[in-house]
Design a protein. Structure first.
Length: 132
């Protein structure tokens, strides 16, 4: 059995993660109701928030939650069960990190592409206004 503190911390960590993910992605839908310059600044802010969320979450998982998980396993599993659980957790963590980073990079590239397209539109509009 895992300690109630570990379970509570894990739940809290998940709640914070889901909440910040919602706040970052909510910006995406609010973004397109404003003018294009505001949209660009919101997309840039979204990228920064997403990166900050990933870095902070990764640090908490690697430096706090992971070692605590190992400690919990060491306290509640016998020697026969301990190493397979650690190896499975490490493999799952590595695979999860790779998939998560791949998704992060795709979302960041999508934001970059939207920003580029909007800036091209703005530059074209400024050129048209300058000619008239």
């Amino acid at each position: 059995h895992l300690s109630p503190y570990f379970i509570a911390f894990t739940c809290l960590m998940m709640i914070v993660s889901v909440t910040t993910e919602y706040l970052v992605n909510r910006m995406k839908y609010d973004t397109f109701t404003t003018n294009l310059r505001d949209t660009v600044s919101r997309l840039v802010k979204m990228k920064k928030m997403r990166l900050r969320q990933t870095l902070i979450g990764g640090v908490v998982i690697v430096l706090v939650w992971g070692p605590w998980l190992v400690y919990e396993f060491s306290q509640h599993l016998d020697e026969r069960e301990f190493m397979p659980m650690i190896i499975g957790s490490a493999v799952g963590g590595i695979i999860g990190a790779c998939v998560g980073l791949n998704i992060l990079f795709k979302m960041q590239r999508a934001n970059d592409e939207m920003i580029r397209q909007i800036e091209e539109l703005l530059i074209g509009k400024e050129k048209m206004n300058g000619r008239g």
